[in-house]
Design a protein around this ligand. Structure first.
Ligand code: AGP
Length: 610
């Protein structure tokens, strides 16, 4: 996902922009660039890391201005080259554009602009925006940006500067996030708060079709027809602080966020579990409480790790609240011509709140009459702004590309939503109170699991050269097996497949060969005996079994080469424990293989394009 940082104020723009780009590196990118007005417009771009760009700027003149902008590009249109890196300059007025999103009608616009005599150097859709603004520029940058954006279709978050108006920064948004941080006579604009929080305590998020003209004296927000608009929501206090987005004593953000899970769960559940009264308090759902009483079906939609959390939510809702529920890959649901019956709620599960397919699936479901709910981490994100109601994870910013604390946060929120719904139906206050007690014990139990970290590393080391792993689980922990496989794949690049343990006999068991790692989630639960049978099927074929099992289980050690222990817990809550050894295993495999844990190849933190 591309990253945008722009600045206007009294400080040197270059160091501040480069620092901001580094805070956005976790979003995933393959090239970077910067533009500064220092008398005239100067641009530098580089393939690779922000540090490569920084080296390129050493000693270069023309980058000492107090207005500028920078960009990290995750290639969509056009290859990974310096020419395709942002910012993109026009060919007439010394203006530059950086962009996050996709312009769908860029080809037609490019032809029109070429007919007008503009010459292009890149293959990007973004260069079309810069040339279009240039074509429409008549001495008023804000007006030219408004006019240009009236012509484009697609998604954008853009920042524009022009050497003819060195005291003006114009930014605009439709479908891709953009936040304006407000300092003292200075403004910093970025794709997410992590690049702002060091320089501003207050900020506002642009709405779709907002254009904001910023000078050192203030800002003005308008729509594409230059009508003044009020901010919605208004200026807010930035909720995150620097410590949350810095590594501290950890080696990687993923490691930090695995270890943050006990505290993240406390924050997620804090103030929401009323054990004494046996009820769950979810302020975000209070406005639709009556509608929720008439709920007849829940469709949970997401991608990736969030989908695995959604799958656990499905088991919870049917098991504990007796509500028919289904999960859908958002990318499939949006195009499938789905049937959405009356009394359906669609729940979009998303850490970033920016996943394009999940946002589109939510739109699709709403169009068909569903109530739209969100289970999201990033406050004010695009998906959160499209829902009727929702529950934020409150686990803090997740920087590592591989999602960890957001997964356990999503499962915790889905558990609380299930309990909230169940109390309207079949669950008694006492039953709810008992489950609340178990949820409140989870952080301590995760801390116990984390004490095994070195043991997990040693087990991982035994198998880290193996190129194919299986992950198997049943019931609530079938999705956990999928999540374990995804974690290993996405950061260690080892091929791994997750599936229901029973599915093995329908084909995958043919894969088992001598020493092949098969990770079983074999905690105490309704299907424990069945899982034990599946384990023996693998052992009979000389596969190596790594089992996640419940402390005190003295049978499992007879069948598994290696056992990773989790404390006893009611089965519906077990995924939040069983996933932790799998997260640690994936982390250690990546480190042992020498990979960049927080910036795995080809991956972005949030997939904001289809
Ligand atoms: C998870 O480790 C991956 N980074 C990825 O699957 C992610 O969960 C997926 O892209 C969904 O992202 P979201 O939660 O921000 O919508």
């Amino acid at each position: 996902m591309c990253g945008i940082v722009a600045y206007i104020g009294h400080k040197q723009a270059r160091p501040l922009i480069l620092e901001g780009l580094k805070r956005l590196e976790y979003r995933g990118y393959d090239s970077a660039g910067i533009a500064v007005i220092d008398g005239s417009l100067n641009i530098a771009r580089a393939v690779g890391r922000v540090s490569v760009l920084e080296e390129q700027l050493e000693g270069r003149r023309g980058f000492s201005g107090t207005i500028g902008m920078g960009h990290t590009r995750w290639a969509t249109h056009g290859g990974v080259t310096e020419v395709n890196a942002h910012p993109h300059r026009d060919d007439r007025h010394g203006l530059a554009v950086i962009h996050n999103g996709i312009i769908e009608n860029y080809a037609a616009l490019k032809t029109y602009l070429q007919d007008k005599g503009h010459t292009f150097s890149s293959q990007t859709d973004t260069e079309v925006i810069s040339m279009l603004i240039s074509e429409l520029y008549e001495g008023d940058l804000e007006a030219a940006v408004q006019a240009a954006l009236r012509e484009v279709t697609g998604a954008y978050a853009i920042a524009v500067i022009c050497e003819k108006e060195p005291d003006t920064l114009v930014v605009a948004r439709k479908g891709s996030p953009l936040i304006v941080g407000i300092g003292d006579g200075e403004y910093i604009v970025a794709s997410d708060p992590s690049a702002i929080v060091a320089h501003a305590a207050q900020a506002f998020t642009l709405d779709d079709y907002n254009v904001v003209k910023i000078t050192r004296d203030g800002f003005r927000t308008s729509n594409l027809h230059n009508a003044q608009v009020t901010l919605n929501p208004k200026i807010e206090q930035l909720e995150i602080d620097l410590a949350q987005i810095e590594l501290g004593h950890y080696r990687h953000f993923m490691q930090k966020e695995i270890y943050e899970q006990p505290q993240a769960l406390r924050n997620c559940c804090g103030g929401r579990l009323d054990r004494k009264e046996g009820r769950v308090v979810l302020g975000g759902l209070s406005s639709i409480s009556k509608e929720l009483s008439k709920l007849r079906r829940v469709v949970l939609t997401a991608q990736g790790t969030a989908l695995h959390a959604a799958m656990i939510g499905r088991y919870l809702m049917e098991d504990l609240a007796k509500i028919p529920a289904q999960t859908e890959y958002a990318s499939e649901f949006r195009y499938r011509n789905p049937v959405v019956e009356e009394g359906t709620a669609v729940v979009a599960v998303s850490q970033s709140g920016e996943t394009a397919d999940t946002l589109a699936a939510l739109h699709e479901a709403r169009e068909r009459g569903a109530m739209a709910l969100g289970v999201i981490n990033v406050v004010g994100s695009s998906i959160s702004r499209e829902t009727d109601a929702g529950v934020y994870l409150r686990v803090g910013p997740e920087i590592g590309v591989a999602s960890t604390k957001a997964f356990t946060g999503q499962v915790a929120v889905l558990t609380m939503i299930t309990m909230f719904l169940a109390r309207k139906r079949y669950m008694s206050a006492d039953q709810c109170s008992d489950l609340i007690g178990e949820m409140e014990a989870l952080p301590g139990k995760i801390e116990r699991i984390l004490e095994q970290d070195d043991r997990v590393r040693r087990v991982t080391e035994k198998y880290v050269e193996r190129e194919n792993w299986l992950f198997l689980g049943r019931g609530y922990n079938y999705p956990t097996a999928l999540e374990g496989a995804l974690k290993l794949k996405e950061i260690s690049y080892i091929h791994a497949e997750g599936m229901p343990a029973a599915e093995m006999k329908h084909g995958p068991i043919a894969l088992i060969n001598e020493g092949m790692p098969a990770v079983f989630i074999a905690n105490r639960g309704r299907q424990y005996e069945k899982v034990m049978s599946n384990i023996q099927e693998v052992r009979a074929r000389k596969g190596h079994v790594i089992a996640v099992a419940t402390e005190g289980d003295d049978r499992i050690t007879k069948y598994a080469e290696d056992v990773l222990w989790i404390p006893d817990v009611p089965e519906p809550l077990s995924p939040m424990l069983a996933v932790v050894p799998l997260q640690l295993m994936a982390y250690h495999a990546a480190v042992l293989r020498g990979h960049d844990v927080d910036k795995p190849r080809n991956l972005a933190k949030s997939v904001t394009v289809e």
